[in-house]
Design a protein around this ligand. Structure first.
Ligand code: HSE
Length: 310
């Protein structure tokens, strides 16, 4: 029985101004999948750990098995017998691309078992199917960086056009997950579907500024472009004391600060691990004063995407 164990990274989607089009991967947290080809027929999920019983074991409802099935259909082996173990090593519904990390680990595992028939970039559409199942819309700003590593721009969805962006090599992310409930589906529904032209002008100026800043290694430009006038004002209402958290992050060396994905996690970009750790400590201290438990992660930008553990 052929078997592999895979790790896939968490991601920070949107990167403040780039709703659904920008994201980057981090080294931790992330999820693990163990996958075996059984020689029999059909996919089964034999074990899920770390999910507090929240995720479905039904292979049609679970994002990992559902996207693996899409992959198997695509390569013309729809009845392949596969056993999947999913080990959640990160909080669900945190805004850190939890479903994406699991799905990407699963796809990387099955692709490895089939001798890497597709490139990681070619796996993106299959992972988007998993996102569609998880939250109703197949956005790629978590799955593309989780598969490809680094900073990623989704230039277009139809047709899919994904660009890997350069980024300053000293970048670190300071991430804090306040333990409050913000399901991605709800956080997407609360956003206005129409925007004023003048607001769109401001927003695309910032997106272009952020991308230029990444190319130019211009930290000032990156920081001042991490401004979101469309989504953050609405979603930040769900995050306790968001404005205070933002001030604390920026006063303590953050280049820019915002919501990670659909929240409630927040993140800051910094130029070193020490500054990032200082920021997470301040934010956690503040959340503790409000009796809110939190988790913190400090990480470089992940450069590899998913990796084989065994
Ligand atoms: N771009 C998506 C959103 C990411 O903001 O809803 C979800 O994690």
């Amino acid at each position: 029985m052929k078997s592999v164990k895979v790790f896939a990274p968490a991601t920070v989607a949107n990167v403040v101004c780039g709703y659904d089009i920008l994201g980057f991967a981090v080294n931790q947290p992330g999820d693990e999948v163990v996958m075996r080809l059984t020689g029999g027929k059909g996919i089964s999920i034999t074990k899920i750990t770390g999910d507090e019983g929240k995720l479905p074991l039904d292979p049609e409802k679970n994002t990992v098995s559902a996207s693996v099935q899409h992959y198997l259909n695509h390569i013309g082996m729809p009845d392949t017998g596969v056993e999947i173990e999913l080990h959640k090593k990160m909080p669900i519904g945190s805004g850190l691309g939890s479903s994406s990390a699991s799905t990407v680990a699963g796809l990387f595992a099955i692709n490895t078992l089939f001798d890497n028939r597709l490139s990681n970039r070619d796996l993106v559409p299959f992972a988007m199917k998993g996102e569609e199942l998880a939250c109703g819309y197949g956005h790629a700003d978590n799955v593309a960086p989780a598969l490809m590593g680094g900073f990623v721009l989704i230039r277009s969805y139809e047709p899919l056009d994904i660009i890997s962006l350069p980024f300053p090599q000293d970048f670190h992310a300071a991430i804090v997950y306040p333990e409050v409930d913000v399901p991605t589906k709800d956080a997407r529904q609360m956003i206005r579907s129409k925007v004023q032209l003048k607001d769109a002008v401001t927003q695309w100026g910032n997106v272009a500024g952020l991308v230029s800043g990444l190319f130019l290694n211009d930290y000032g430009l990156i920081g001042r472009s991490m401004t979101d006038i469309l989504v953050e004002p609405v979603r930040s209402i769900l995050i306790p004391d968001f404005a205070v958290l933002k001030s604390l992050a920026l006063e303590n060396g953050g280049l820019g600060f915002g919501i990670s994905g659909s929240g409630p996690s927040v993140f800051a970009l910094t130029r070193d691990a020490e500054t990032a750790a200082g920021i997470t400590a301040r934010l956690q201290q503040h959340l503790k004063k409000m009796d809110i438990n939190s988790l913190a992660f400090v990480s470089e930008v992940n450069k590899k995407g998913p990796i084989l553990l065994d």
